[in-house]
Ligand binder design. Structure first.
Ligand code: SF4
Length: 94
């Protein structure tokens, strides 16, 4: 049997502890929003910053402020000049 990594073991434990496949959010999002701060694994639980606002709202959590870069991209739209590959932009000469 292959030896499990410590990270893998913690991830699996947290997923088994809190993940509800019938609730909104991926297992990683749900573990990120784990409210049990007194748990010995809390500080080392796997987390993600990629959590939809609807998931924060479902769990009654405050939606974190978006980074300036993320907000700027949202305002400019998905296919703004800055989001295009550099090579594609270099071919544009009007
Ligand atoms: S940090 Fe503790 S309480 Fe939270 S999901 Fe992991 S094991 Fe469960």
């Amino acid at each position: 049997m292959a030896k499990k990594s410590l990270r893998g073991a913690i991830n699996a434990h947290c997923k088994g502890c809190v993940y509800d496949s019938n609730a909104p959010g991926t297992w990683l999002a749900q573990v990120s929003l784990c409210p049990v701060t007194e748990c010995p694994l809390y500080e080392v639980r796997p987390t993600t910053e990629s959590i939809p606002d609807s998931v924060y709202e479902y769990y009654g959590e405050e939606i974190p402020q978006k980074s300036i870069v993320r907000s700027k991209k949202a305002l400019e739209g998905r296919f703004s000049e800055e989001s295009r590959p550099k090579e594609a932009r270099q071919g544009d000469t009007a």
